[in-house]
Design a protein. Structure first.
Lengths: 515, 267
């Protein structure tokens, strides 16, 4: 937990709403590392373009961030932070955290409690509490918040996704380290023993997805988590999952590509990649949660859908959402967690029976009378290899038949704002927060948020007769292309691909321009 | 159990192919160990040997080329009661999937890796594989192979495998006994099976192997002495080259997580 995270959690525990995001280079030490927090007594969904309070751990940082400062800003640097000399250089950030807490006029007891939890059992606990207190005492209260005490959580997208996986009964995760899903790997690894699941760090992502498929074949809910570079290695086995109808959940945190790109910056440039990745044609689900709260429900549902429909589910997030922290009142999902689509096999069992709904109940190794061939070759109802054309057509149709029921069960797109608005923004994933913040200024613009993107939902009823504006974080307008393909309209596209999320000001500017 | 209890269908391999012997040896080993077909998971690769996925009446997963091993590890971790046997040819095991082999040796999850090593890509009609001998002329190497062949036995010993064995498809009884030992071994077991490709390999013929093969009485005591056998240039020792007791990773999936407790840690 970084100093910024300690501060955010402390503010959140005081009853405030916090939205926080980090920005760092791909380095272990040094470079310009920024942790930005927006703290308010009303819910916060996005970053702010102006900084009211800057903590600069060195002089260079003051220069770098000068242009972002608001007119009446506060600066915590040099002299105040030098109080840390008394406690050792490493406590510099704790002095800063204490100083901010004092300025914000919050209860120091809450902050010291969180520092205590974080450093519990470690020798530098006392020093850090003292450093924070010194910082706290050095600043005078400047802010006034209406604080109401209510239980709430402060966590990142990675944590929310991981909690959803655990809630869904995930038992096997194979994760090769990569930004931005490392915190998910670390959290799951830390909880694996006490919660009874396996976290394997494989030799590469090729192996990772195969291990997960092997585990899934044995009936346990399995996942991988990765980013573009790792998913590229998984693609051949994505097709294997499709062909053998083996459930798997793939958590995919996008970052700025191509290739190594800007590995610690955000982007939404892999929607069309995941939509068609893998050789051959097979059914899949791609879902993009919009914020930390949605990550939980999407994650739980991903496991349920993967198992019920026996297909890969790709949970598509991005660096911004994976690593941002948000105050949420609670994490909820209305998904009923239950085992689905398993067989009670009898002699002559057909694993890939031509089921009416396309979902053929599966057996698992160890089950009497259930033996079958999970075959990467095209196969007959038992799983044995077959290149018979009649069987081929029926089997392909069976695998796609599932989509009929799936379409009925998938949650619908979410419409935010005035349904009679003449202008409708259509977007997906982490742009949700900035768009909703921008929309506070416009009563005549609505926002259609697409969570479930593959299979593509029917949005004709939402967009009919409206000016459609697509906002997304990539160069080529990938959602815009899907809308063109499925809705046969030409939407207005506003995109960016500089490695950063849209700011609210940028979006307000866009909307002002088209009205 | 009878060996026929594990088998079904009619293999389409070339008459006289070593794959028939390997299939018989494996089914006999399973029968003699009295393992129920429902408790056996066979993970097949792609290639001539990989086609066996259709001719076994156990649980089978026919994986992708070079990708049988990691899938087998995941399955065995998820269900430790299973006997999991991954199979591959020399292309899949020592070319496309070599990385997986080295790491399986390290991880030591109890899976048997049965490699059909005929020193050629046979299903694609005779291209040189990673184990084709130097100077062999094949359809892909008209001037003769110039690369050093992969030495799978030496690699597995060096990578920390706890069980390394070599068999010969021409000796079913010996191979069956090797496979029984491999299945009973607590940890990862590589069984490299020398196998003449009677249709396409005109160099490493049945007679060629017969002249070079001899049986080891017992495993070597340590890796260095096992390596000496692995690097024998003139002869091909078959049998268990190395067997070692090593810790096996233990996974407990039985606990249920209480997410509400976990959530409180984020308050």
């Amino acid at each position: 937990m970084s100093a910024g995270e300690i501060l955010g959690r402390a503010c959140s525990r005081c009853g405030l709403f916090v939205f926080a995001s980090n920005d760092y280079p791909s380095l272990i030490r040094g470079g310009n590392n920024v942790f930005t927090l927006v703290v308010s007594d009303t819910p916060v969904l996005s970053l702010s373009s102006k900084t009211d309070l800057l903590v600069a751990l060195d002089e260079k940082s003051v220069e770098l961030h000068k242009k972002e400062l608001s007119e009446n800003h506060f600066l915590i640097s040099g002299e105040i932070l030098d109080k840390s000399k008394e406690f050792g250089e490493l406590s510099r950030n704790m002095v800063a955290v204490g100083a901010v807490f004092g300025l914000l006029n919050l209860d120091f007891g809450v902050l010291s409690g969180i520092i205590g939890e974080h450093f519990a059992g470690k020798p530098f606990l006392d020093v850090n509490v003292k450093a924070a207190k010194a910082g706290f005492d050095s600043s005078k209260p400047e802010f006034e918040f209406k604080v109401k005490k209510s239980k709430q959580l402060f966590l990142s997208g990675n944590h929310s996704l991981a909690l959803g996986a655990i809630k869904a009964g995930m038992k096997f995760a194979a994760i090769y380290p990569i930004t931005p899903i490392n915190p998910m790997l670390e959290y799951l690894a830390a909880k694996s023993l006490s919660c009874g699941f396996v976290v394997e760090v494989p030799e590469d992502e090729i192996s990772g997805i195969l291990m997960a498929l092997g585990a899934s074949h044995c009936g346990v809910r399995s996942m991988v988590a990765t980013s573009g570079a790792g998913f590229s290695l998984m693609v051949e086995s994505l097709a294997l999952a499709g062909m053998t109808e083996t459930p798997i959940v793939i958590f995919y945190g996008q970052r700025a590509g191509p290739a190594t790109g800007m590995p610690t910056k955000t982007e939404q440039s892999d929607l069309l990649f995941v939509r068609s990745a893998g050789h051959g044609e097979f059914a899949r689900i791609v879902v993009a949660p919009g914020d930390v709260e949605e990550c939980f429900d999407v994650s739980v549902r991903a496991f349920q859908l993967a198992e019920k429909f026996q297909l890969p589910v790709i949970v598509l997030t991005d660096k911004y959402l994976n690593e941002c922290f948000q105050t949420v009142s609670s994490l909820k999902s209305d998904v009923k967690v239950q085992r689905e689509s398993f067989a009670v096999p009898k002699p002559g069992f057909k694993r890939y029976v031509f089921a009416v709904d396309g979902i053929s109940p599966r057996s698992v190794p160890g089950q009497q009378d259930g033996v079958f061939d999970a075959n990467s070759d095209e196969h007959d109802e038992f799983g044995f290899s077959s290149d018979n054309s009649v069987n081929r057509v029926k089997m392909v149709e069976k695998r796609f038949k599932k989509l009929d029921l799936l379409r009925k069960e998938l949650p619908k797109p979410i419409l935010h704002g005035n349904e009679n608005a003449k202008i409708i923004i259509v977007s997906w994933g982490s742009t949700k927060g900035p768009i909703l913040s921008a929309l506070e200024k416009f009563s005549d613009v609505s926002f259609l948020q697409l969570q479930y993107l593959v299979p593509f939902p029917d949005i004709s009823g939402f967009i009919k007769g409206k000016k459609v504006v697509v906002i997304e974080n990539n160069k080529t307008g990938q959602l815009a292309r899907l809308i063109r393909e499925f809705c046969l309209i030409e939407p207005l596209l506003f995109n960016k691909f500089d490695g950063y999320q849209f700011t609210v000001d940028e979006l307000v500017g866009v909307l002002d321009g088209i009205r | 159990m009878e060996s026929g209890d594990y088998l079904c269908g009619t293999p389409t391999w070339c008459p006289g192919c070593g794959n028939f012997s390997i299939r018989i040896a494996l089914s006999q080993a399973l029968a003699e160990l009295n393992l129920l077909p429902k408790d056996v998971l066979l993970v097949a690769d792609v290639g001539c040997g990989g086609n066996e996925n259709n001719w076994f009446k156990t649980y089978v997963f026919h994986s992708l080329h070079g990708r049988s091993l990691p899938l087998a590890l995941g399955a065995r971790i998820a269900n430790p009661k299973l006997t999991v046997i991954a199979q591959a040819g020399d292309g899949g095991a020592y070319g496309e999937g070599l990385n997986h082999l080295l790491h399986a040796c390290r991880i030591n999850v109890p899976v048997v890796y049965l490699v059909h090593n005929n020193q050629l890509y046979s299903l694609t009609a005779g291209q040189a594989s990673p184990t084709t001998d130097v100077s062999s002329k094949t359809v892909s190497t008209p001037a003769g192979v110039s690369e050093m062949p992969v030495n799978p036995i030496a690699l597995a010993i060096s990578a920390g495998a706890s069980f390394v064995a070599r068999g010969f498809s021409g000796d079913i009884v010996h191979l069956k006994e090797l496979l029984k030992k491999a299945i009973l071994h607590r940890g990862f077991a590589l069984v490299d099976v020398l196998q003449p490709c009677i249709t396409l390999n005109k160099v490493n013929t049945f007679d060629w192997y017969k002249q070079r093969i001899y049986k080891l009485d017992k495993p070597e005591r340590d890796r260095i002495s096992a390596l000496k056998f692995a690097f024998d240039a003139d002869k091909l020792p078959i049998g268990v080259l190395l067997e070692e007791t090593r810790a096996v990773p233990v996974f407990d999936l039985s606990k249920e997580a209480d997410v509400s407790v976990l959530m409180k840690e984020f308050s």
